[in-house]
Design a protein around this ligand. Structure first.
Ligand code: SF4
Length: 353
């Protein structure tokens, strides 16, 4: 049995993979790639079968952020050629959302650039969430609006947000290399607030920013410590006009090793291949489905993704199926962690207030 398959056995038994074991996956060589994928796939299959969850991004407010995250095309001073606009109106969001849901998306991710939402922003997004829930009661809504404070998490939850997304991005030791306007602990604090308010915590990482193997292992372990329920794995999109424009370090096999490591560290939570999938996995994209149980359908926040119909064809060709709205994403022992709202707006039941 390969050493990686032994790690799969541990992961299935829900014994924690150690830092050294995570590093052994990242440091495996190309000749071992199929063994690494087979090990990750065994775990993925055990907990998630052949289902692929589709998520759909809606960029509510694009660009003009005062923060200076080096990887981000929306950062302060970014010269990247991206769309810049302020908050979409609920009707505009509904029309974009409808396209994603028609394509099979089960979760809609409402993202707004900026350090964090004001009270007015929370009010605006809450109205949008209520409108989506009224139109698509079975669709999960995830908000991603930056740092939370002063009861804003609770208000979003009351409006019907099922989840809140806020990435740790990289390890604590590397955080100062990617951003100077906030730190790792700020990010941990917001994930903790979202979770305490009853939203499913979604938090992940970005690979390809010049980090060490240890940083990738450490951020995966930090996310496990926070007990997050979905882990988006982004591969840096090196936008021209951002400080990381020249960073082209990833190879398809490197991306697959990172996904396998994250799967083994997080055996029973949603692992999502996120931004940069097409750019860095290229022709090996379908192999990512053997490790991750979730992808974004269609476009990303500021860059275009693969055509939606090609995403669906890729899933079908590889023998996977799109997860239905009525199906649970997480395995049985985690049931109850994601609570779809069945009261308040869009129902005959009173709102939770
Ligand atoms: S806070 Fe968010 S939108 Fe702003 S620069 Fe950082 S990643 Fe980009």
């Amino acid at each position: 049995m390969s050493p990686f398959m032994k790690l799969a056995g541990k992961a299935i038994a829900r014994e924690s993979i150690t830092r050294e074991e995570a590093l052994s996956v990242l440091r495996s060589d190309d000749g071992e790639i199929l063994e690494v994928i087979a090990a990750g796939h065994r775990v993925r299959r055990h907990y998630f079968g052949n289902r692929v969850k589709l998520n759909y991004l809606v960029n509510l407010k694009s660009g003009l952020c005062p923060e200076d995250c080096g990887y981000c095309s929306q950062r302060s001073g970014s010269q990247a050629d991206i769309l810049k606009y302020t908050w979409l109106k609920p009707d505009e969001v509904l029309s974009v959302t409808a396209a994603g849901v028609a394509g099979g998306a089960k979760r809609v991710c409402l993202v707004g650039s900026g350090r964090g939402p004001t009270d007015g922003d929370v009010e605006r997004v809450s109205r949008t969430i209520e409108a989506i829930k009224e139109r698509h009661p079975d669709v999960e809504v995830c908000a991603c609006l930056g740092f939370l404070s002063d009861g804003k998490a609770e208000r979003l939850r009351q409006a019907g947000a099922d989840a809140y997304s806020h990435n740790l991005n990289t390890a604590r030791a590397n955080y100062g290399n990617i951003c100077s306007t906030h730190d790792f602990d700020d990010r941990v604090d917001t994930v903790t607030q979202a979770k305490a308010a009853g939203m499913s915590p979604c938090s992940g990482l970005i690979a390809g920013m010049g980090e060490r193997d240890e940083d990738l292992a450490d951020v995966a372990l930090a996310l496990r410590e926070l007990d997050v329920e979905s882990v988006p794995v982004n591969f840096l999109i090196p936008f021209q006009g951002t400080p990381l424009a020249g960073e082209w370090r990833l190879t398809p096999n490197r991306c697959l090793r990172i996904l396998a490591m994250v799967r083994l560290v997080h055996p029973d939570v949603e692992v999502r291949v996120a931004g940069g999938r097409e750019l860095h996995l290229r022709t090996l994209q379908p192999l990512a489905l053997y490790l991750a149980n979730s992808i974004f359908l269609g476009d990303y926040l500021t860059s275009e993704g693969q055509e939606g119909h090609l995403d669906l064809k890729m899933i079908e060709d590889a023998g996977f199926v799109v997860e239905g709205a009525g199906e649970r994403t997480l395995p049985e022992h985690r049931f109850g962690d994601v609570r779809s709202r069945k009261r308040g707006a869009g129902t005959d039941l009173p709102a939770n207030a």
